[in-house]
Design a binder for this molecule. Structure first.
Ligand code: 1CP
Length: 351
């Protein structure tokens, strides 16, 4: 493996000094890029892109050809894990992800098997090694998985949901069944992420997109306990380098101290938290990643530059900040505004 030419993302995640603030964007590969939409039209649907390692690699590279980003993210989806467990993932245009066989009964949970990624998700691991090869040491490759709680929520609902009503009913009515499911997902995610690390992923991000819908007690018991177990069981060094772990919990601002105690190296923050305040609370223990509202990218270059400066100022000087959006970039964003955003982070963070 060639040496890494740009390691500022890895350094910042480990709170080591860098000459400027590294930047990447959640969902940087995907629907806001016309070149992605073209490939997707040709392929017919999203899963055909994910299942073809060469296409997945090409899509992961697309944003790097346009913008000066400091990391590439594997092109795949968090829902490949439940798909590999037999739920039958499919996408309906304009409606998002769906499962053919959502979990309905205790028996459904009992009959689930923990995945063996090398067998069940070979196509993802091939995409990881191909993308790593294509990057040729330019920037690090970020691998990822969903948190057990977030995956369980999609598996029980069968699709996206505003209130995750079925999942919460299980939580209060049948907590033991939910725990059984979360334990199987935890073992599956550990296997999956370790396989990604062995295939070439140099950073790991865990997406707990729906952690923030839980009550304070339930967050600890049904989400954090399992992400903590995952982090404890991940390979922490590979090829003589530490593999930093980012834990992103959407709407998790109330729980920063708990999240920092999970063993992660960095916390992904949405835009509801002040970086200054987050740094005061947990900045000694972990790096911080975030947290511009993606809606800013819908405005104009002047407003984008001002917001970038405001966020850099809010973090203040010193190491340990990775610039990102507070959630994924939306499909309607003009790539020219993204270029302005990335340039602004480069320019103003040197000062
Ligand atoms: O072309 C299409 O219509 C497919 C759109 C799409 C894309 C481009 C989906 C469906 N997934 C992805 C890629 C993806 N998803 C990536 C890799 C690309 C990148 O980041 O550059 C990653 C990291 C994800 C992660 C993901 N998938 C999350 C966690 C991050 C987050 O946004 O909170 C979640 C919740 C999903 C589920 C999912 N998959 C796809 C959609 C539209 C959704 C969200 C559904 C919902 O709103 O509930």
């Amino acid at each position: 493996m060639s040496a890494l030419k740009n390691d500022c993302l890895l350094k910042s995640l480990l709170k080591e000094p860098t000459s400027r603030t590294p930047v990447w964007m959640m969902r940087q590969a995907g629907r806001h890029l016309p070149e992605y939409r073209k490939l997707r039209r040709q392929a017919g649907d999203f899963m055909s892109l994910c299942r073809d390692p060469e296409l997945a690699c090409e899509i992961a590279m697309q944003p790097l050809l346009r913008y000066k980003l400091d990391g590439a993210i594997l092109f795949s989806d968090i829902l490949t894990v439940p798909d590999a467990m037999g739920l039958g993932l499919y996408f309906v245009e304009g409606e998002g992800p769906k499962f053919r066989k959502p979990l309905r009964t205790e028996r459904d949970v009992e009959s689930l098997s923990v995945i063996n990624s090398k067998v069940d998700l070979t196509y993802v691991l091939e995409a990881v090694s191909l993308t790593r090869k294509e990057l040729d040491g330019s920037v690090p490759l970020i691998g990822f998985a969903g948190s057990p709680w977030t995956l369980a929520a999609y598996m029980i609902e069968g699709k996206s949901s505003r209130d995750f009503a079925r999942t919460k009913t299980w939580l209060y009515q049948h907590p033991e069944i939910l725990h059984q499911l979360l334990q199987k997902l935890t073992l599956s995610v550990v296997d999956y992420l370790n396989a990604q690390i062995c295939s070439g992923a140099q950073v790991i991000q865990i997406f707990d997109t729906w952690g923030g819908i839980l009550s304070d007690f339930a967050y600890e018991e049904f989400s954090l306990a399992y992400t903590r177990e995952i982090i404890t069981n991940l390979i922490s060094r590979h090829n003589d380098r530490e593999v930093p772990i980012v834990l992103f919990t959407k709407s998790g601002g109330n729980w920063l101290e708990k999240i920092a105690s999970s063993g992660c190296n960095a916390i992904g923050l949405d835009w509801t938290v002040s970086l200054r305040e987050a740094r005061r609370r947990v900045g000694a223990a972990v790096a911080l990643q975030g947290n511009m509202d993606p809606a800013v990218l819908r405005s104009n270059p002047e407003s984008i530059e001002l917001e970038v400066q405001r966020i850099l100022h809010s973090y203040g000087s010193g190491s340990g900040h990775v610039f990102n959006l507070g959630h994924g970039i939306t499909p309607d964003i003009d790539p020219r505004n993204v270029a302005v955003f990335v340039e602004a982070v480069h320019r103003y963070s040197r000062d």
